[in-house]
Design a protein around this ligand. Structure first.
Ligand code: JHZ
Length: 419
C-alpha cells in the first residue's frame, strides 16, 4: 500500500469548483501571499538554496458559504516530513483526554471497539483512547512522525487517507466503531474521496467525528494567520451539510470547542437515521452572522490589513527605543504573520519553541533562528511576541519568572496587547 502523492502532478493547482458543494461559484476576497509553506522550516545549510513560494489567496463560495484557499499545493510537499506535533502542549493533551473520554462514554466503546484516527500525528489523541480500553490505529502521511508514534506503541500507517487506503485497512484490520480526524479534514482537497474512505472503513452504526477551526471564530476573532497552505477549507456547518448530502452521510451533532482559537466537533453517520433535517444552534448562529454572503469576509480582509499596520508600527517603535524583541512559539501561523507583515530578523532576534524538531532550524521566508524555550530566561529580551496565541495562557503562566524579571509579552490575537 503506498500513498496517493504523485510526483508528476503540478506543485500547485488553482481550485475551480467548491470542494463541499461542487459548484463553480468561488470569489477571491483576500491575498496573503505568495509565501513559502509555513511549516517549511529550514536547516542552516538550506538557507541559501532558495525556497518555493506559493499563492495564498482566500475565496468564498457564493453557493454554500465555504471559505477556501483558491489554490492547492501538492500534499507531499507539505506533509511527508512534518514538524508539528500536538503532544508538547498541555492544552492539547488535556483537550484530547476530554474528547476521548466523552466519545468513549457516549458511544459505549469497550476493549473490543476499534478507533481509527486520520492524521493521527504523534498519537496524542489515540493514546487517550487506548488508555480507556479500545484498540487503536493511526493513519498519517508524515513518515517521520508515524514511525515515532509506532515506536511509542501507537501503530500508525504512514499513508494519506482516502478510499483506496481505507479499503486496504478495512481488509487487514477490520472496520472501526469510531473514526476521528482532528485538524486534518480541512487539510484535504478531495473530501468526496475522504467520505468514501470513511464509508469503507466504518462499521454499520459507526460514527465519524471531525474537529477543525470554526469559521465563525476565525472571522469574528480576525484569526487571519490560521489561513495557510495546509488549511484548504474553513468550514461552516452549512458547507458541511452540503458535503454530507453529496456523500450519503448526515450530520447528527456539532459543538464548539476552545482549541486553536475556537473549533468545532462535527459528528457524521451514514444517511437515513435523522428523522428531521439537522438544525442546531450553530446553523442558526451562522445565519445570524450573515456568513452566507460575502460582506463579512470582505470586512475580515479590511481588519487584517489594519492589524498589519498596527503591529508593524508597534514593533518598529519598540525597536527604535532600543528594545530587544523575540518571538514565542514557532507556530505555522507565526510564519504566516511574519511573511505577510514582513517582520524579519531586523525586528525579531529569534523565536523560542518547545518542539525539538523545530529547534536549530530557521523560519521559512524570513529566516529567523529557532531556539529552545530556555533561551528566554538566559537572554532576557525586553519583549516576546506570542505567535502561538492559541496557547497564550499556557505560555504566560509557565513563564512567570520572565515576567517577574521585567520581560513583557505581546499578543496579536484577539487584539494587540502588551502584558
Ligand atoms: P500551534 C497547527 O498549526 C498545525 P500551528 C496544524 N496544521 C493545524 O491544523 C493547526 O495547528 C490547527 C510551540 N509552543 O499548535 C509549539 C511552545 O513553544 O499553534 C508549536 O510549535 N511552548 C496541524 O503550527 C507552537 O508553539 C508552549 O508552551 O500554527 C504552537 O503551534 C506551547 C503550548 C507551544 O500550531
Amino acid at each position: 500500500m503506498k500513498n496517493q502523492a504523485n510526483l508528476k502532478e503540478p506543485e500547485v493547482i488553482e481550485l475551480t469548483n467548491c470542494r463541499t458543494c461542487g459548484e463553480k461559484t468561488l470569489t477571491t476576497f483576500l491575498s496573503l501571499g505568495p509565501m513559502p509553506i509555513p511549516n517549511g522550516f529550514l536547516k542552516p545549510e538550506q538557507l541559501t538554496e532558495g525556497e518555493a513560494y506559493f499563492p495564498l489567496d482566500v475565496a468564498f463560495c457564493e453557493n454554500c458559504g465555504l471559505m477556501t484557499l483558491a489554490h492547492v499545493v501538492r500534499p507531499d510537499i507539505m506533509f511527508r516530513n512534518y514538524v508539528y506535533i500536538p503532544g508538547t502542549s498541555k492544552t492539547m493533551v488535556d483537550h484530547f483526554r476530554e474528547m476521548a473520554e466523552d466519545i468513549a462514554e457516549r458511544f459505549k466503546l469497550t476493549k473490543d471497539s476499534l478507533v481509527i484516527d486520520i492524521g493521527s500525528n504523534d498519537g496524542t489523541l489515540l493514546k487517550q483512547f487506548k488508555a480507556l480500553g479500545p484498540k487503536v490505529l493511526g493513519i498519517d502521511p508524515a513518515e517521520n512522525i508515524a514511525a515515532e508514534a509506532t515506536r511509542q506503541g501507537i501503530e500508525t500507517l504512514p499513508e494519506f487517507f482516502g478510499e483506496n487506503v481505507a479499503h486496504e485497512v478495512a481488509k487487514k484490520k477490520g472496520q472501526a466503531d469510531v473514526i476521528t480526524g482532528t485538524n486534518v479534514i480541512a487539510h484535504i482537497d478531495n473530501l468526496v474521496d475522504v467520505m468514501k474512505g470513511v464509508n469503507a472503513l466504518l462499521k454499520p452504526g459507526g460514527v465519524f467525528i471531525g474537529e477543525f477551526p470554526y469559521l465563525v471564530d476565525l472571522i469574528e476573532g480576525g484569526e487571519f494567520d490560521t489561513i495557510y497552505h495546509e488549511h484548504l477549507s474553513y468550514f461552516s456547518i452549512r458547507s458541511l451539510l452540503n458535503l454530507a448530502k453529496r456523500t450519503n452521510f448526515e450530520i447528527f451533532d456539532a459543538k464548539r470547542t476552545k482549541v486553536h482559537g475556537g473549533s468545532i466537533q462535527v459528528y457524521f453517520r451514514r444517511a437515513g437515521q435523522n428523522k428531521e433535517p439537522f438544525v442546531n444552534e450553530l446553523v442558526i448562529l451562522e445565519k445570524a452572522k450573515r456568513l452566507d454572503i460575502i460582506e463579512p469576509f470582505e470586512d475580515f480582509a479590511r481588519r487584517t490589513l489594519a492589524r498589519k499596520e498596527e503591529l508593524t508600527k508597534l514593533l518598529k517603535e519598540l525597536k527604535a527605543q532600543g528594545k530587544k524583541i523575540v518571538g514565542y512559539g514557532a507556530a505555522a501561523k507565526g510564519n504566516v504573520l511574519t511573511n505577510f507583515f514582513r517582520i524579519g530578523p531586523d525586528l525579531l532576534d529569534y523565536v523560542v519553541d518547545s518542539i525539538k524538531y523545530k529547534q536549530g532550524l530557521y523560519t521559512p521566508g524570513l529566516h529567523i533562528p529557532i531556539y529552545p524555550e530556555t533561551k528566554l530566561l538566559e537572554d532576557m529580551p525586553d519583549y516576546a511576541l506570542i505567535f502561538a496565541w492559541n496557547f497564550a495562557d499556557e505560555i504566560i503562566e509557565k513563564n512567570s519568572e520572565f515576567r517577574r524579571r521585567g520581560g513583557k509579552f505581546i499578543t496579536t490575537i484577539p487584539s494587540i496587547r502588551i502584558i
